[in-house]
Write a protein that binds this ligand. Structure first.
Ligand SMILES: Cc1cc2nc3c(=O)[nH]c(=O)nc-3n(C[C@H](O)[C@H](O)[C@H](O)COP(=O)(O)OP(=O)(O)OC[C@H]3O[C@@H](n4cnc5c(N)ncnc54)[C@H](O)[C@@H]3O)c2cc1C
Length: 337
């Protein structure tokens, strides 16, 4: 079990800035996110769109904002646990314990939930046998590419994830890339690399078609796809990788005994604590009178929540408000001389 001062659930912009606000107060944190990268909605939903209302930053894209936030928290050397969903939260004396989908455990005196609109989860195959094959022959992300060596892989999807993994895994496996449309949405230069490999017989592309059925007993043997013209084709397959996009689900947050208002967590706007002492919520996931779902509101919310986290983590110390411009202690924590 990893011990830290504060567990941050969600690596969106608000979770990342929470690391900063805790770090300048001398608190250690871990950040856990279900996605495979930091940035939350900014990186998943609008990486290339410009944002115009971050104070003192006239314009930046979702991706640039994420990069800058990650740069800003570098001095704190915080561990980011990605591809992990926080499933359980429970109390042990004055501490909170968090368990993730891969059974990692963390303990801290405070939790900041910066879970946005919930966890981003992969859209899954709706076929009957698909659930029992998940994690064995059917995957919706690649955590360790070594597992995908020397296989017959059918990759579904038309975006960057499908194209990138088709190219990468073709180095050591047989790949069939399957998409329901003729056009791919992913980067065109990746697509042209794939088309070159198709000519060499290293990748096979099937469009416009969708999966019709799976042929499996204990193991996956083949799949049948159906083209838009009704034609069926059987493809020998031992592994399916599905990149059908993401859906947002509030997920397990609703089961942690917190006072909820529709799909948001009620907090008091003095310190952003929930009805559970030591659990705070900030960013899009929290609600209070006058709440605005803006990034800048989330930044303010974690600044205040971090003060309360300090009091819980250091009960014998007095919290001292300081400016970053004039505090040598803060500048030391930021690695400035
Ligand atoms: C198209 C679009 C444009 C926008 N433009 C602007 C704009 O111009 N200005 C502005 O201020 N705002 C804008 N917003 C809103 C802004 O993106 C959100 O206010 C902001 O992302 C909220 O940040 P957050 O960190 O609270 O949550 P999110 O960005 O939603 O991040 C939450 C993270 O928590 C993770 N998570 C949730 N539950 C769990 C769990 N149980 N375990 C592990 N991880 C979990 C999720 O996977 C996610 O990565 C825009 C939103 C959209 C969709």
């Amino acid at each position: 079990m990893k011990k830290t001062d504060v567990i941050i659930i969600g690596a969106g912009p608000v979770g990342l800035f929470a690391v900063h606000q805790l770090g300048i107060k001398g608190l250690k944190a871990v950040v856990i996110d279900n996605l495979d990268k930091a940035g939350g909605q900014c990186i998943e939903l609008y990486p290339d769109k410009p944002i115009y209302d971050i104070p003192a930053v006239p314009e930046c894209t979702g991706e640039q904002l994420t990069t800058r936030l990650l740069e800003q928290i570098k001095p704190f050397k915080t561990d980011l646990f990605l591809n992990e969903r926080v499933d359980e939260v429970y109390q042990e004396k004055d501490n909170w314990i968090v368990k993730t989908s891969s059974k990692k455990e963390f303990v801290a005196s405070s939790i900041i939930i910066a879970g946005g609109v919930g966890s981003f989860e992969p859209r899954k195959l709706s076929l009957k046998q698909a659930e029992s094959l998940e994690g064995k022959s059917i995957f919706y992300s690649v955590k360790n590419k070594e597992k995908f060596k020397n296989k017959n892989i059918s990759i579904f999807g038309g975006g960057d994830s499908a194209l990138d993994w088709a190219l990468e895994l073709s180095k050591f496996s047989k790949i069939t890339l399957i998409h329901r449309r003729n056009e791919f949405r992913g980067a065109q230069h990746t697509l042209s690399e794939i088309k070159k490999l198709e000519k060499k017989g290293k990748i096979s592309i099937k469009t416009p078609c969708q999966i019709e059925s799976l042929d499996s007993e204990k193991k996956l043997k083949s799949i049948t796809i159906k083209f838009d013209n009704g034609k069926l084709e059987k493809i020998p397959t031992d592994t399916i990788l599905g990149f059908f996009g993401l859906i947002m689900k509030l997920g397990p947050i609703a089961e942690w005994g917190l006072n909820m208002d529709k799909k948001t967590i009620q907090v008091n706007s003095e310190n952003f604590e929930t009805n559970k002492k030591g659990i705070f919520a900030a960013g899009d996931i929290c609600s209070y009178p006058g709440k605005l779902k803006l990034i800048l509101s989330g930044f303010h919310e974690v600044a205040l929540a971090s003060v309360e986290c300090f009091k819980r983590a250091r009960p014998n110390e007095k919290y001292k408000f300081e400016f970053t411009t004039s505090s040598k202690t803060i500048q030391g924590r930021l690695g400035k001389k």
